[in-house]
Design a protein around this ligand. Structure first.
Ligand code: HEC
Ligand code: HEC
Length: 242
């Protein structure tokens, strides 16, 4: 659009010259695109180039870091809290198994930049670099999800209503719209919630509400409208999703 309107603007001036330069520009562009395509297979034999800001993930290295940490760099083993394969044993520590790569990476960066504050994880995140983050996120995303169950029969209906339909009267959208009908989330933006500990989920909703966690405009707005009773109900319901 922009190209053609520009060209028509100058039509009266030097149509011939412009057409020629357009062709030259275009063919130059095509050649460079083509060159890239053809270069790819040849480059595959050489070690993969590390694109700045987007390290190539090494799943085995991610597993090693998750399981053993790296004492030489002060990285504590994640497994101690997040459990074998990211299936943590208690609700104070979130399950990370099968969580989406981009979400895990974003959260670790948010602990570093302070938009998500937590006395434990801020320290942990400070010790890992971009390559570690890419590795560990790739490893965790490949683990089997860890299932849970809803505990409170009295609030399941309320929780289910909020999750599936939202609360129109309070302007609360259905959680399922973004976190998916089965809580699997939608990569890359919307995290998996199914099976997560209710205690952890409820805590996060209160952190979004009170501003301790301010790394999502969407979730801050939603949590601001949820009461304590609604938070407990929906968190318990989500724990049983699968
Ligand atoms: C001492 C316990 C502990 C250790 C060790 C630990 N974590 Fe955590 N982690 C936590 C706690 C507690 C939270 C929840 C913090 C909050 O409320 O924000 C958390 C949250 C997270 C989250 C966010 C999860 C989500 O669903 O948003 C990620 C990602 C994470 N940890 C990754 C790691 C990685 C990677 C390591 C190892 C390098 C690690 N953690 C080591 C305790 C720990
Ligand atoms: C418009 C999309 C959208 C809707 C609707 C939505 N969420 Fe979210 N939710 C997000 C996004 C995006 C994130 C990731 C935030 C981040 O970047 O840390 C998130 C994160 C969360 C987290 C943190 C997960 C973790 O592992 O720490 C919880 C808990 C959560 N949402 C609960 C809910 C509940 C409960 C509802 C319904 C009342 C809901 N969400 C509706 C988009 C949405």
């Amino acid at each position: 659009m922009l190209q053609s309107s520009k060209i028509s603007k100058f039509t009266n001036l030097r149509l011939g010259f412009l057409t020629l330069s357009a062709i030259v520009l275009l063919s130059g562009f095509m050649t460079s695109v083509g060159a890239e395509e053809h270069a790819a297979p040849a480059a595959a034999a050489a070690p993969a180039p590390v694109v700045p800001g987007k390290p190539k993930a090494d799943i085995a290295a991610g597993e090693a870091l998750f399981t053993n940490g790296d004492p030489t760099r002060g990285v504590v083993a994640c497994i101690g809290c997040h459990g074998a394969n990211g299936k943590s044993a208690v609700g104070t520590w979130p399950k990370l198994a099968a969580q989406h790569t981009a979400y895990i990476a974003k959260e670790l960066k948010n602990y570093k930049d302070g938009t998500r504050a937590n006395p434990v994880m801020t320290g942990m995140a400070a010790t890992v670099n971009d390559q570690d983050i890419a590795n560990v996120a790739a490893y965790l995303s490949k683990q089997e999800p860890s299932l849970g169950v809803a505990q409170d029969k009295a609030t399941i209906e309320l929780g289910q209503n909020i999750y599936r339909a939202g609360m129109a009267s309070k302007g609360i959208p259905a959680c399922a719209a973004c976190h998916g009908p089965s809580g699997a989330g939608i990569p890359a933006q919307y995290p998996r919630m199914a099976g997560q500990w209710a205690e952890y989920t409820a805590a996060q909703l209160t952190y979004f509400r009170d501003g301790t966690r301010k790394n999502s405009v969407q979730m801050s707005a939603i949590a601001a409208k949820l009461s304590d009773v609604e938070i407990k109900a929906v968190a318990d319901y989500m724990a049983g999703l699968h």
